[in-house]
Design a protein around this ligand. Structure first.
Ligand code: NAD
Length: 298
């Protein structure tokens, strides 16, 4: 297995790096937050004070950072990660960022003579800890073949979506569907309540009918029908409203760039942006049902 420089050891990166170490991969890690470095160190990651030192040891430089601007800055701001890499290094970005930023990051790496891939994930912190993430990969065939074994350590599903940027494209399209359907399920349950349907009766019908979807059968927004859904633990995430708002904003940026109409995608972005300005930011995104209910006075 290639040696990995892991940059960004936060909620997702920390457990992902720990799983690589458990599988016997040599991992050098860096984070700007000392507490993240300390946790990583206890999990067997060789932490270094200078990210360039990690990169100089590595064959794969994996970034797991909050935004595209942070990825691009980390790559190129002097002295950037690109300045320290060895010939043949693969720059593998697993952050969720704009498609155009993913393409720009790949171009920067390629212009410096390196190889690049985007591989955003779904599955959240629980999936990162369990090593069951789904990876959506944008890369050439040869790069994909080299990184696939590493991704299989951290994930349960790895899909090669096409060339650079198309991993992000798949992730953003999926999460646009997810945001829209979670709102739709919330609206249907509030309407059902008003009409006198019990949550269980509505669930029993829809979960076996044409309205069936993940937002209902796994992330059911009311307590009861699906005991493991966040609604049963006061909407503790799960997938936080702030992250859904972030991903929908990425989707809207892509819709604008491509000139796609997508009225529902744009409306979902507005709804979750507002939701994430308040306490919804830290709640599971299925708590949008509470906003719908509050705004549903006769
Ligand atoms: P996080 O904020 O917990 O972790 C990001 C880490 O990057 C932080 O520890 C931060 O200190 C560090 N960092 C920032 N700039 C840095 C730099 N220049 N060098 C080194 N470290 C730096 O965020 P997270 O929840 O781990 O998310 C990471 C990425 O994964 C995001 O793009 C997010 O959208 C995506 N994602 C998150 C989830 C989730 O459920 N948390 C699910 C899927 C995808």
């Amino acid at each position: 297995m290639p040696t990995v420089a892991f940059i960004g050891l936060g909620n997702m990166g920390g457990p992902m790096a720990a799983n690589l170490v458990k599988a016997g991969v040599r991992v050098y890690g860096f984070d700007v937050v000392p507490a993240a470095m300390e946790t990583a160190s206890t999990n067997g990651i060789t932490v270094v004070d200078d990210p360039l030192e990690a990169v100089a040891q590595a064959e794969v430089v994996l970034t797991m950072l909050p935004s595209g601007q942070q990825v691009i800055s980390a790559y190129q701001d002097s002295p950037g990660l690109l300045s320290a890499a060895r010939p043949g290094t693969i720059f593998l970005d697993c952050s969720t960022i704009n498609i155009s930023e993913a393409q720009q990051a790949a171009e920067l790496a390629q212009q410096s003579g390196f190889r690049a891939a985007d591989a955003p994930v779904s599955g959240g912190v629980v999936g990162a800890e369990a090593g069951t993430l789904a990876f959506m990969v944008g890369a050439g065939d040869e790069v994909f073949a080299e990184i696939e074994p590493l991704l299989e350590i951290m994930g349960a599903r790895v899909v090669h979506c096409g060339t650079n940027g198309l991993g992000q494209a798949a992730k953003i399209c999926n999460n646009m569907i997810l945001g829209i359907t979670q709102i739709a399920v919330g609206e249907a349950f509030v309407l059902g309540e008003k009409l006198g349907l019990t949550h269980q009766a509505l669930f029993d019908v829809v979960s076996k009918a044409s309205g069936q979807c993940w937002a209902l059968t796994t992330n059911c927004p009311v307590p009861g029908p699906v005991p493991t859904s966040p609604a049963n633990r006061n909407y503790q995430p799960g997938f936080a409203g702030a992250l859904m708002a972030k991903d929908l904003n990425l989707a809207t940026n892509a819709l604008d760039e491509q000139g796609v109409q997508a009225q529902l995608g744009r409306l979902a972005t507005e709804i979750y942006s507002e939701f994430a300005q308040g306490e919804g930011a830290g709640q599971d995104f299925s708590a949008i049902i509470n906003t719908i209910r509050e705004n549903s006075q006769p």
